[in-house]
Structure formats: structure tokens, C-alpha cells
Design a protein around this ligand. Structure first.
Ligand SMILES: *Cc1c(COP(=O)(O)O)cnc(C)c1O
Length: 748
């Protein structure tokens, strides 16, 4: 059994989406028909039938992943209904042209189409995903997956005998009678009732289980493909299938294919999901357009009557339109102002090839590949079942909360922690999904925003929990009144909570031995306690007493959890460690580890021993420019307060960065790098500038680049070194970087 955790970005799934969309075009254009009838059956009638079940499985797969987090089915359904409505409108002109509104009786036909058939031939997919998900959820609510799966399979069998096996069922009068009635309600059985639930459920199953080893998947897929070809060809040649969407062996094919895709590794390509959806959506329009065009300029013989060329042209047009639309979408989104961080906007448009900023005055280079590599390093240290909760408070320690979280989300991180509710809302508005935990105090009057943006709030103690519970109850009552419903709060209005336990830091948290207060919190009707956590205060220290203190903190926390469990409450997600906790106390059984500073490739302070444990790489480099070069005589004084006096003639450079950009004013013995050589900081650091001695660096010239943090040639200034010279820790250094400092994102 191999572990799916290692390829959380699901590249295989994403790439196959594109292939599946093209296979759907093949179904609707029959590429091989000009050359071979059998070839066409094999490609369009059998192999391409993997496409739609794949989409169902992918939906089920991700549906489950999201289920236990911030995920709302309401939003899922609304999204798909909206998409369906848009698709209906998009194809309205074609429906009108095809005489859709001339059929009679009209309204029963419309209802049938809306729920089952789709109002245009490929649009059945949307009602199928909506109805199918509804049925799947219903089955799973009624029974465990073990029983729901056979139930969905039974539905599939009913569908099968109305589809490719209809040749058999139509010969049995009783069966034929039943199907005649069914076909009054819909045109085909490959719909949301009989076709979708099984594949959706298989997707859910595979999200829960570990995947089979790759070799088994390959073998299984090969074997079931042969089986499906045999089944499909026999059915096509020896019976009269009513349709050819459903085969028995297709189920096995999909089971192995999907797992094989889960094994794929590689870097994720953004936008494939949207592009493949667009291809699926618009290709019938492309078919019509190309036919129309061929007719207009009289090239039907080449363009339409040759099935391969027709297929290729339709595919090329659909892909081009979809990729362009996706590009426009990204452009629009990256131009939307996002909170108060205008610098990311231009930065997030930079691609992998982008050179360091050509014109900026002072900037932070954020290396996303180092971020990815740090994430992998940290994951190695976590025990099975423990996930990274990325701490992206204080603008991701100055690295830019939105772009950092987006990158981590692409890498499979599904939990984030912030310090304030505003930081949480900013992430949500930027499309970050999954758990977002607010670590700090939130005023109960802001409870509505917690619910609206599906944020998880830390209850900082029992009193805070009481206040939040009351606030949620008022919101529930208000909602109840406006619905003219009973005053009881619905599940949708509960505040999601992680309860903080104080085990010795004496900052936030209900005391670990106040079991009565903790248990009371679990009973509060308007709170949903989804987690319980504590924070260690000396986990960075190797002193004997500190180690003992930390061990006591950990014991106290687990003891409190045990007592709560003994009182009959379900233990929610537990978490204890931050970066140092994971490095010094690895292996604690927890659901999450809250990782901040080490994700950014730094420790708070220099610690060679701990650094050697992992190969963390600093994510940030800070650069600025030389504004001017000055030649000074001996005895010249430099800067505010005349703090520096030259002993001999010297050459100095004025650098375009100062304390307003976050360079600490009391940096002692600071260095910057120019041309791979260290240049000592002299005189006082100003708000927007600082001065350095470049007597030994003849190549220093106006406009040249200066490295304040990071590597230049063979020399590197590590974050821990810079922090030490500023008498602080890297956490403070990073998080105080100014908003004026541009952030440039690179990924190589
Ligand atoms: C900031 C913070 C973290 C992250 O700590 P690092 O040392 O940066 O990993 C974890 N937990 C809490 C409660 C925090 O406030």
C-alpha cells in the first residue's frame, strides 16, 4: 500500500481532466468514422466512455476531501446550478435554432430535460452531477459506505440494462414494459439517477482508502480495458444497444485508472480544471461554428467530411477558446484589489522566467520553490495522520499571506492559521479553501463574519466561549425570525471553534485543570468544537528544566483531552506544536502541527544543531539599490547625529532602504552584500536610506543591486544572522517588513 499523502497536488487527476474533455469531443465528432466503423466504435463508443465517469469520480474524490473541513454542500450545489443555468443560456440560440420550443407538449418535455436529459445534448452532465451528488449524499446519510456502494451499483445495473444492454432487456416483455415507462421520464438511463451515483461514490471511496500499488493499478487497468473492449464490441455487433455510455467492465476500468492517476507525480499546472470544464462546455458550439464556416466557404469535403480533420479542428478551436478565456479570467482576478496589499498584484503576475525586478527601489524576493521544499521537509517530520497547518499570520510573516497561501494550497495544504479575523477574511476572499483558524481574540460582535466566511475561531477561554455562544444564538434567532421558523439555531449558524487550553504559558487558553469549564464549552449548543489546542512556551530550549516544563505541558494537555473523553465527549482535532515543537518533540500524535517560521526557511535564532536536522531554505531575500556613491576625505562625518567619522579617505554608498522598509534602526555591525562582497553599514539607519562602506568594492556603482538578506555570489546573509545583529528574532524581523517593500515572487 502506498501513501497518497506524498502527491497531494493530484497532478494525474488534473492532467487527465484535459484528456477526458478531448475524449468527450471525440464522442461527439467520431474521429475515426471516415476510416473504420470498428475503429470508431472502439474509440468513440468504448474508450472515450471513461471520460464522464472520470469527471464524476473526481467530483466525489474532492467532495469527500472537503467534507470534514470548511465545505458547504449548499455552495457546491449552488455553484453547479448556476453553471447549469449559464450553460443553458449559452446554448439557447442553438436550442432555438434546432426547434426546441416547437415541441409539444412543451412543459413536460422541458421538465424532463431540466432534470435528466439536459436542454442540449451534452448538458445532461450538469443535472446528472447535481442529482447524482444529491442521491449519493442521501444514500450515505441513510447507510454506511459499505452498504451505499452496493446500492449505487444496483442503480447502475438498472441503468446498464436501459443502455448498452437494452438489446437484451427489450426482448423480455416484462422488462421492456418497465423500461418503456422509465423512458417516458428520460431519454437515456445514463443520468443522475443511475449513472452518476456509483462513480461519485467510488471517488469518495478512493479518497478514504490508500491507493493500490502502482503496478497493481497498471495491471488491473490493462486487464479491464481488454475486458471492456471485448464487452463493448460484442454488444455492438451482437445486440442492439440503445446507447453506449455504460458498460460493466467500465466500473473496474475506472477503479484502476483513477488510482493510477493518483500515483502520478510532477508539478501542478494551474487552470487545468477550469480549462477542461470550458472545453466540455463550449465544444458543441465549436462543432456548429466549424460546420457553418465550412459550408459558407465551401470546404466541407476537407474540413467536415474527413472525420479526423474535423475532430482536430474542433479540438483546436475549443482548446484555444478555453485557454484564452482562462487567461482572461486569471488576468481579471489578479487585477482585483485584494485587501491592503497592492504590491502582490504586480508581483503575482510575474512568471517563472521573470528576472528580478528591473526598476524597483527596494524589494523582497520570495522564492516559492524554497517554500515548497520546506513544506516537504516539514511533512517528513510529522507522524502519520498529522497535517501541516500553515501559520500565515502577519501577512505570512511578511512574505505575503495571499500568494503564500495560494502556493501552499496548490501543494495540498488544507489548513491555515491567522492571528486576526480580518486576516482570515482576506484569505477567504482570495479563494483559500479548507480550514482557516483565527488564533487570536475576536470580539463576539464579529461572530457573523466568522459564520459568513466559515472561519474557525479560537475560544481563548471559557468566558470567550460563553460570549461567542450567546452571539451565535442571537444570530440564529434573528435568522429564525426572518424565516418565520422556530427560534432554534440551524447547524449553519453554529460558530466553529478550536478551544485553547493553557498548559503553562499563561497567555491564552482555559486552564488545563478546569475540566468542568472545558466540558461546559463542549455542551454549548451554538458552538461546534472542532479542535482543542495548546501552545508551548519553551519548546525551543534545550535546557533541562525547560525540557521538563515542555513535557509537563504536553502531558497536561493530553490528560485534559483524556478527561474530556472519559466524560463522554468526542475528542476533536488536537494540536500542540509549532515549528520548534515539531523539531524538538517530533512524533506527538496530533491532527495538526501549526508551522510558521520554519515554512519560511528560518529558525527564530541561530541553532546549528536544529538546522542540520532539516535542509530548510530561506524563502525571502531582501534587495535594494545604490542611490549614490560618495568619496569622503578623512575626518568626514556621516548621517544623522554625526555618528560615524571616517579615519581615512573612503568611499561610501547610499542604499535605497531604511527603517520604514523594516530594516531595524539599531542594527549593530550590520553588513550588506555588493558584488558578492560584504560592505559594513556605517552611521545611523534613516527612514528611507542607509549608508555602507564600499572602499574595498570598486565595482559598486550607482543603480547597482545590494543584498541585505540572502545570497550574493558565494556569500550569504542568513535571516538568523541579520536578526541577531538587530537584537531580535527572525519572526519579528520578517513580520515588521514594511508595506512599501515590493514583493517579487519567483518560482524556479
Ligand atoms: C505564531 C504561532 C504559531 C507558529 O509558530 P512558529 O514558531 O512560527 O512556527 C503556532 N501557534 C500559535 C498559537 C502561534 O501564535
Amino acid at each position: 500500500m502506498s501513501d497518497r499523502k506524498n502527491n497531494m497536488n493530484y497532478v494525474g487527476i488534473d492532467r487527465f481532466r484535459l484528456a477526458a474533455a478531448v475524449l468527450v469531443i471525440a464522442i461527439h465528432t467520431s474521429p475515426l468514422l471516415t476510416y473504420s466503423k470498428t475503429g470508431d466504435i472502439i474509440l468513440a463508443g468504448i474508450l472515450a466512455r471513461t471520460a464522464v465517469p472520470f469527471f464524476f469520480m473526481a467530483t466525489g474524490f474532492f467532495l469527500f476531501q472537503k467534507k470534514d473541513e470548511m465545505f458547504s454542500y449548499k455552495r457546491f450545489f449552488l455553484k453547479n446550478i448556476r453553471l447549469y443555468a449559464a450553460a443553458i443560456l449559452l446554448f439557447l440560440p442553438l436550442s432555438i435554432y434546432a426547434g426546441y420550443f416547437n415541441q409539444s407538449p412543451f412543459f413536460p418535455a422541458l421538465l424532463k430535460d431540466l432534470v435528466f436529459n439536459g436542454t442540449f445534448y451534452h448538458l445532461w452532465y450538469f443535472p446528472a452531477i447535481i442529482l447524482g451528488t444529491g442521491i449519493t449524499l442521501l444514500l450515505l446519510r441513510l447507510m454506511p459506505l459499505k452498504a451505499a456502494l452496493p446500492a449505487a451499483f444496483a442503480l447502475y445495473l438498472i441503468g446498464l440494462f436501459g443502455d448498452s444492454y437494452y438489446g437484451f432487456s427489450s426482448r423480455i416483455p416484462l422488462l421492456k414494459g418497465v423500461y418503456d415507462i422509465l423512458f417516458q421520464c428520460f431519454d437515456y438511463t445514463r443520468n443522475g439517477l443511475f449513472f452518476a451515483p456509483l462513480y461519485l461514490m467510488m471517488g469518495i471511496l478512493l479518497a478514504k482508502r490508500k491507493t493500490l500499488p502502482r503496478r497493481h493499478c497498471t495491471l488491473g487497468l490493462g486487464f479491464s480495458l481488454v475486458l471492456m473492449l471485448t464487452e463493448g464490441l460484442l454488444l455492438h455487433f451482437y445486440s442492439q444497444p440503445r446507447h453506449d455510455s455504460m458498460y460493466l467492465s467500465l466500473v473496474f476500468c475506472m477503479y484502476f485508472l483513477f488510482q493510477l492517476l493518483l500515483h502520478c507525480k510532477g508539478s501542478a499546472v494551474r487552470g487545468l480544471r477550469r480549462i477542461s470544464l470550458l472545453i466540455y462546455l463550449i465544444h458543441p458550439w465549436c462543432i456548429v461554428l466549424i460546420r457553418g464556416f465550412a459550408k459558407a466557404v465551401n470546404v466541407q469535403d476537407i474540413l467536415v467530411h474527413n472525420s479526423v480533420i474535423f475532430f482536430l479542428t474542433v479540438t483546436a478551436l475549443s482548446v484555444t477558446i478555453s485557454v484564452s478565456a482562462n487567461w482572461l479570467w486569471n488576468l481579471r482576478n489578479s487585477k482585483l484589489p485584494e485587501g491592503n496589499c497592492p504590491n502582490y498584484l504586480k508581483a503575482s503576475l510575474l512568471t517563472e522566467e521573470a528576472a528580478p525586478d528591473q526598476r524597483s527601489r527596494a524589494w523582497a524576493e520570495i522564492n516559492l520553490s524554497n517554500l515548497r521544499s520546506n513544506l516537504e521537509q516539514i511533512k517528513q517530520l510529522l507522524p502519520e495522520g498529522c497535517e501541516v497547518m500553515a501559520v500565515v499570520k502577519a501577512d505570512a510573516y511578511g512574505h505575503g499571506a495571499v500568494p503564500i497561501s495560494r502556493e501552499l494550497q496548490v501543494c495540498g495544504v488544507r489548513a491555515f492559521a491567522v492571528a486576526t479575523i480580518d486576516e482570515g477574511i482576506q484569505l477567504r476572499k482570495s479563494g483559500i479553501e479548507g480550514t482557516i483558524l483565527v488564533l487570536g481574540y475576536t470580539h463576539p460582535q464579529n461572530a457573523g463574519f466568522l459564520i459568513k466566511y466559515q472561519l474557525i475561531q479560537t475560544a481563548v477561554d471559557h468566558g470567550h466561549a460563553v460570549a461567542l455562544n450567546d452571539a451565535a444564538s442571537q444570530i440564529g434567532e434573528a435568522a429564525g425570525r426572518s424565516n418565520e421558523a422556530a427560534g432554534r439555531i440551524g447547524a449553519g449558524n453554529k460558530i466553529r471553534i478550536h478551544l485553547k487550553i493553557d498548559t503553562g504559558m499563561h497567555r491564552l487558553g482555559e486552564a488545563f485543570n478546569h475540566i468542568e469549564e472545558i466540558a461546559a464549552t463542549f455542551r454549548m449548543p451554538n458552538l461546534s468544537i472542532e479542535g482543542m489546542f495548546t501552545h508551548l512556551c519553551v519548546s525551543d530550549s534545550a535546557h533541562v528544566e525547560d525540557v521538563a516544563y515542555t513535557k509537563r505541558q504536553i502531558e497536561n494537555f493530553y490528560r485534559a483531552a483524556d478527561e474530556i473523553k472519559n466524560l463522554g465527549y468526542t475528542i476533536p482535532a488536537l494540536h500542540i506544536q509549532s515549528s520548534y515543537g515539531v523539531l524538538n518533540y517530533p512524533g506527538l500524535p496530533c491532527s495538526f502541527a501549526r508551522i510558521g517560521i520554519s515554512l519560511y526557511g528560518a529558525l527564530s535564532q541561530e541553532n546549528h544543531e536544529l538546522k542540520a536536522m532539516t535542509a530548510l531554505q530561506p524563502v525571502m531575500a531582501i534587495k535594494a539599490r545604490i542611490a549614490a556613491i560618495r568619496e569622503l576625505d578623512a575626518g568626514s562625518e556621516v548621517g544623522y547625529g554625526r555618528q560615524f567619522m571616517s579615519e581615512a579617505p573612503m568611499r561610501i554608498a547610499v542604499i535605497t532602504i531604511g527603517y520604514a522598509d523594516g530594516i531595524p534602526r539599531d542594527l549593530k555591525g550590520g553588513l550588506v552584500l555588493i558584488g558578492g562582497k560584504p560592505a559594513p553599514v556605517i552611521g545611523r539607519i534613516c527612514m528611507d536610506q542607509l549608508t555602507v562602506d564600499v572602499s574595498d568594492i570598486p565595482e559598486a556603482k550607482q543603480g547597482g543591486i545590494v543584498t541585505i538578506l540572502g545570497r550574493d555570489g558565494d556569500v550569504e546573509i542568513a535571516p538568523e544572522q541579520l536578526a541577531e545583529k538587530a537584537c531580535t528574532i527572525t519572526n519579528e524581523l520578517f513580520s515588521r517588513l514594511g508595506g512599501r517593500l515590493a514583493r517579487i515572487y519567483i518560482s524556479k
